[in-house]
Ligand binder design. Structure first.
Ligand code: PMP
Length: 428
């Protein structure tokens, strides 16, 4: 789902006068789209803030150090010495770019090594790398489902899945968020002999909710549908040794295809699709998002290889991440905030209206805490939220400072009441 508000561009009155009286100008909507400037003028704009320096949990923005509680650097590996060294060594050995597609001149031995390692890690036969996580979903859906096929897609799936379904010639049927009855109802109406793919986020990116995979697998089996799971926020966070959502539920073999990103736990840029050997070979030779786009850079690829190694050698990172997120979830709840419950590293605090959410974000920012401001249409109206997400390397002191900033802001804005005790301390 999109985090911004670009889809807000409204139909425009008065467009007829444009283009010297010739009628519609394609750019009219851009001129009329003034919401970002309005929010900027109010001093509340929370997007595109340039980070001037980062050590993972602390960043410098607008000259001031702030605690980062809105990144997807779940395991804190962007600054791990071995991971950084691997990226630097790769630049020394291979240069800065592959300058071409995997298909032709852009395959490195590093790409092949990482594909083999990931396939083994995820218990899948094969794996293929793409240059972003977004491209994995786009490439997969556009290629694997064709005219006459059906894609069943959760209504809260990530934007890259939505775009992938739009790019496919298959018919897409959207089912209510994580609603397995609705999924079954919709599946039951489709022609028996048509190809069917159910696609879902493993961990939903805005709410942190887990897909109901056991029920989904059961339904898929009964209706002869294949399953693709986007595990961008599950890999490295949940499941055995960070093997993700399918592993968390013990349903790796039943989950036909797993896609993922390297821009979160793996501290890099790129993505993967893992599944059966024939499926991966088919995608490698047919997916436009792979064939017609340059491959992952040497540094990005070496980073993931090193990150995967650290993930396996230092399992305490995953355990710490879980502990951190649980502590924050409980802390916010005890203060009286409306928290979307879950078991991942994403802890969303619902504020309500867009305007209040912008103000809440701004107050936290002024208190030295950086989070993500998520407004409609990324979430339903009235459900705008502050999305916090955690890093295994957050110190207890940093977590206390985040809780304190939330507490002060919540009190100031009248969102929470008087505590019964010292809430921040009891959140530990
Ligand atoms: N899927 C999900 C669920 C995501 O949250 C994201 C990134 N926010 C992506 C895919 C895309 O990944 P990438 O950043 O690697 O393009």
């Amino acid at each position: 789902m999109p985090v911004g508000f670009a889809t807000r561009a409204a139909p425009i009155a008065g467009r007829i006068e444009t283009l010297g009286g010739l009628g519609l100008d394609l750019f009219d909507k851009c001129r009329a789209f003034t919401r970002p400037q309005e929010i900027q003028a109010a001093g509340l704009y929370p997007y595109f803030k340039p980070i001037e320096a980062s050590d993972g949990t602390r960043v410098v923005i607008e000259g001031r150090e702030r605690i980062m509680a809105g990144s997807n650097n779940y395991l804190g590996l962007t600054v791990h010495p071995d991971v950084k060294a691997a990226a630097i060594d790769a630049v020394q050995k291979y240069g800065t770019s592959c300058t071409g597609s995997r298909y032709l001149n852009g395959t490195l031995d590093l790409h092949v090594e990482l594909e083999q390692q990931l396939a083994a890690f995820l218990n899948k036969e094969a794996c293929v790398l793409l240059s972003t996580g977004f491209q994995t979903n786009l490439g997969l859906l556009q290629t694997i489902a064709s005219k006459g096929d059906f894609i069943l897609s959760d209504k809260e799936n990530h934007s890259s899945i939505v775009v992938g379904t739009q790019a496919s010639y298959a018919t897409t049927v959207r089912y209510r968020h994580n609603d397995m009855r609705d999924l079954e109802n919709k599946l039951s109406k489709l022609p028996e002999d048509a190809g069917k793919l159910i696609v879902s986020d493993g961990v939903f990116s805005m709410s942190g909710a887990l897909v109901n995979l056991p029920a989904l697998v059961d339904i898929a089996r009964r209706y002869g549908a294949r399953i693709a799971l986007d595990d961008a926020h599950g890999t490295g966070v949940i499941g055995e040794g960070g093997r993700g959502t399918a592993s968390h539920f013990g349903l790796v073999a039943e989950t036909d295809i797993i896609t993922g990103t390297f821009s979160k736990s793996f501290a890099s840029l790129g993505g993967f699709i893992a599944g059966d050997r024939e499926v991966i070979s088919y995608l490698k030779h047919n997916a436009a998002a792979l064939i017609f786009s340059a491959s992952m850079t040497p540094a990005s690829t070496a980073t993931v290889i090193a990150a995967l190694k650290v993930m396996q050698q230092e399992p305490e990172r995953i355990a710490r991440l879980k502990q951190v997120a649980e502590r924050m979830r409980r802390g916010f709840m005890e203060m009286g905030f409306r928290v979307i419950d879950g078991e991942t590293a994403i802890v969303p605090v619902v504020i309500g209206e867009d305007e209040a959410t912008f103000r809440f974000w701004q107050a936290l920012y002024k208190r030295g805490v950086f989070v993500n401001c998520v407004i409609s249409p990324a979430v339903p109206r009235g459900m705008s939220l502050i999305r916090t997400s955690y890093i295994a390397t957050h110190s207890d002191e940093e977590l206390d400072l985040i809780l304190e900033a939330f507490y002060q802001t919540g009190r100031e804005m009248g969102l929470i009441g008087q505590p019964s005790g010292t809430l921040v301390a009891s959140a530990g």
